[in-house]
Design a protein around this ligand. Sequence first.
Ligand code: DC
Length: 225
Amino acid sequence: MDGFSSCGKSTIAKGLAKELGYTYIDSGAMYRAVALYAIRKGWLTDSLMDETAITEHLSQIKISFKPNLSGVQETFLNNENVEREIRTLEVANGASRVSTLPAVRTEMVHQQQEMGLKKGVVMDGRDIGTVVFPDAEMKLFLTSSPEIRAKRRYDEMVSKGESPKYEDVLANVKERDLRDTTREISPLKQADDAIVLDNSETGIDEQLQWALKMFNKITGNNEQN
Ligand code: DC
């Protein structure tokens, strides 16, 4: 599943995984963990990105996922639970920047492909249908307007006790869209064989039911072939 930031990919992906008994993997969390590592080391600031340091230390960045007591996957960076820390705007922005680095992408794609070797995985991100799993059984591409995505992200942050400005969140969404779609390596792009869902007007339940129906149709078709 690919799509723009904050367009509800993870909600649909998690819902699908639950219904199908599959494992949900948040590939964006992996880029966020790399960004967090680099921010803590001082290699990634507003005005600097030390590509050499980040690239040379990639082997020291171990990212894993473990389900919490409610069964929700949480992100671990070198065995430290960083699930909350990677969700800030600063880290989101940093993730969008480190994800432009060739060595970072190569390493993340490699790890993601390993996680999918046994199948039974719903993974969301930007290049999953185009680069990570070009042969996936089903490819979904989710989209909605920047304003609607910024409003969702804003509401989510407020519900977590943060007090962002809507204008900042919208600017961040647009900035990331631009970087994600124009970067040289694996830019966010709809795979030729992806099914598109514009969820600007659709509720979560409706989207999930639709995605499940598509999955059953596609895998049913595969069985007939
Ligand atoms: O989905 P997200 O907002 O958590 O992703 C954070 C950043 O990571 C996003 O700006 C783009 C990048 N990313 C990527 O380049 N490729 C992926 N498969 C997933 C995320």
